[in-house]
Each structure stands twice: as C-alpha cells, then as structure tokens.
Design a protein around this ligand. Sequence first.
Ligand SMILES: Cc1ncc(COP(=O)(O)O)c(C=O)c1O
Length: 454
Amino acid sequence: MDIALSKPNLDIEIVDHLRECIETGWVSTGGRFIEEFEHKIADYVGVSNAVGCQSGTAGLHTALRILGVTAGDEVIVPTLTFIAAVNPVAYLEATPVFMDCDADFCMDAAKLRGFLEEECEVRDAVIATDSTKHCEGLKQSGIPHNHSDYTAEDGSRLYNKSTGKRIAAIVVVHVFGNIADMETIMNLANLYNIPVLEDATEALGSYITGGRYAGRYAGTIGDMGVYSFNANKIITTGGGGMIVAGKDRCSDEGVSLQSGCLADAKTQNAQRIERARYLTTTAKDDGLYFRHDDIGYNYRMLNLQAALGVSQADRLDEFITKKHGVYARYAELLSDIPEVTLLPLKSGIRSNAWFYCLYVADAERATFADKDLVGNTDNTRDKLMAHLIAQGIQARPVWVLCHKQSAYTTFKAYDITQAYDYESNVLNLPCSTSITDEEVRYVCDSIRSYFSHN
Ligand SMILES: Cc1ncc(COP(=O)(O)O)c(C=O)c1O
C-alpha cells in the first residue's frame, strides 16, 4: 500500500475552471475566480471581505506589516509551528520571542501572561484605560472596559525589559485545526494594546462553540487572520493564501453588537483589507501609468489558483465531516494499543480535524531529553515512524521547534516544556478525506504490529 499523509481534494469540475482560465486568457492576477473564491471564504467564516494572495506566508508577511510591525520590534510567536509563522517577523527586521504550547498544541496563554506581566513593562503610558481612546459605543454604554484603538503609529507600548524592544504583535497559530485559548489571549492583547495576528492556515473551518467567542471562526477573532491553500491543506489551490480582518472589539466585553464600536471595528477591518489588497498588488496607485506610492509586494493570488479553490470552498463542511469520521475510526482502532494515544481534538471548538496526532510513549528516554537535538531523535516515535514509512505509510513527526532552528537560536524562548515533549513524541497520521477504511485499518494494524514485535 501507498498511503499519503494528506491528498488534495481536487475534483473534475476544476478542469473546466482551468480550461476557462486558459481560453479567456485570465491566468494571472485578474479574473473572476479570484473574487468568487474570496467571497466564498469570507462568507464561510463570516467576515465581509477577504484578500487572496500567493501563499499563507505572503499573507502573514503582509498582515504583520499592516499591524505595524517594524524593524527593531519584537513579536511573540509559538515555537511549535511551521517556520512560515515566524519567518515573516524576520522579513520585517523584527525579532521573535518564542512561546511554549499547551496540551492542544497552541500557544500557552498562561505562559504568555507570565511573560507579559513579568518580563515586560509599559512605557510611554498607553496601556488602555478609560482615560485613553476607546470605542464610543462602550463609552456610551458605561460598561467598564480596557480597550483602546491602535494603528501602526500608536500601537503597543509594551517593552521587553531585558532587550528594551517593543512587543509589537502576537502571532497565534491554530495548530492542526485546534484553536488557541483566544479569550485569554485577547484579554491580554487588549489590556496591553498588542495587535493579534491569527495564523489560521491549518484551521480553516474550525470555530469556537462556547464562551465569549461562540460561533466565531479561527482567523476572525484577532485583528487579522490568514488561511493557506497549500497542497496539504483542507482546501488547496496548489499554493495560495487568504487574508481576513474580523476583529470585533465590542464583543470582548459582551457589549451589544449594535453599539458604536462595532461600526468602528468594521471600518478598521475594511481599511486593513483595503491595505492588504493594495500591498499585495505591488501598491499600485495608477494602473495605466504604474505609479506606486508605497513599496508593495507581488503577492496577489492568481486566477489559476483561485480556479482550483472555488468548487472546494463549497465542499468545506463535507471535508470536515469526513475528517471527523476518519478520526473516530482511528480512535476506535487504536484504543487497544497501550503504547500510543490518539490525542483528542480540542474541546470547546468544532475543529476542522485537519491533522491527527498520535502520542507515542517513549520508554527509553526522559520526556525532555531531546531538548537540544534538531531532528533524528531516534526515540520510540521515530522508530515507529520508520516502520510505518517502510510499510508505505506516510507518517510525519511534529516540526523541529522554531527556537532551535539555526536562524533563531539567539532569541528568547520563554519557559519551553510542553513543546519539547510533543516535538519528540508526536506523529501525524495519514488524514486525507479520501482515505479508505481499509487504509485506516492498515495503518492501525501496522502500528499494532510494530509494538507486538518491539
Ligand atoms: C502554521 C503554518 N503557518 C504558515 C504556513 C504557510 O502557508 P503557505 O505554505 O501557504 O505559505 C503553513 C503551511 O504551509 C502553516 O502550517
């Protein structure tokens, strides 16, 4: 057997869309599919607009710039993630501060609080209080709150005490389709006036089911959010991304959505989306004479890419349902193998169940023994992985932690523990929506046979 980790969900209708691009000549950054795809994704996640771009990485780079990150700033990022969540910080000549993950693989909100409270200080007096600028709607409501508006110019005034650098943004990654503890993170971000960029590249379709953000989709809670349509994502355009801005500051305090601050938030979201469209299309101010009043990027999504995405967008819920079904089957078939645990999908959300995580107990090593190694840990997880690969099963380890990657070893990594454990002991299992029951059974039998012989 040959079982891929994650196969694209491409159907035959796509060929007609590609033919239309070729026959009409709309193969580049113009054409009907781009807008259609943007509208479909925006509608699905419940925001008014979205901007298609060439990749999730391009989207993250653009959004961080819009949120005001500049050279010399610090940006808080997770260490357990794909490197593309971190590199855009470096593109802007800012530096990362690495955070640990929680049991659900996402940024540990308690540790984030610890870092902000203990290792940072407010300077220049713009911690948000009733005396600073805030929503008119909240003012009128008389409800106590601690919001303030910010722009690239008057954003965070929180500084890292040891480096003296400004904490300009937080990048929250919703890893494997889980959603980070957004209530705690947004409370902290609002308190310190720090913009939040949600890297929702892996979590398109995941939403929160309880609490203050019930019904809100990953990517639409922070200041800006980004999705990816890379080949292994739940929807793929080969390569591609989408930028959204959905922050609704009023809902943080449970204030009526009718209040004036909803209008403020909508305006700010619209401005950010407009700016994203502008920056991703080379900051072109005049399409005839090609005048550019800013330095933009050639990041716009291609019509060819969008042509691949439109019909998949209509099937997103169907894909998610399939992924949940496959997850349940793995859970059933693996339940009698004591050496492994299929980690749960996060509770309190409807996960898109993008990737499944198998925790492999390691009898031979202490949990954090692989702290300083980069790859080739040769523990039980890796031996099982080698066995599965030899059986034609594409299993994959969790990424080498970002703070251990050569370019980032000199930057602050705050109290990392859980991420080391997952880095050493977690394996991603094949999770294509098209995987058959026979294939799932084959994967589980191969895992069982490894442990019966070792
Ligand atoms: C967490 C995370 N961030 C960013 C990206 C970058 O997206 P892209 O490959 O579309 O640039 C990916 C996936 O590829 C990812 O998994």
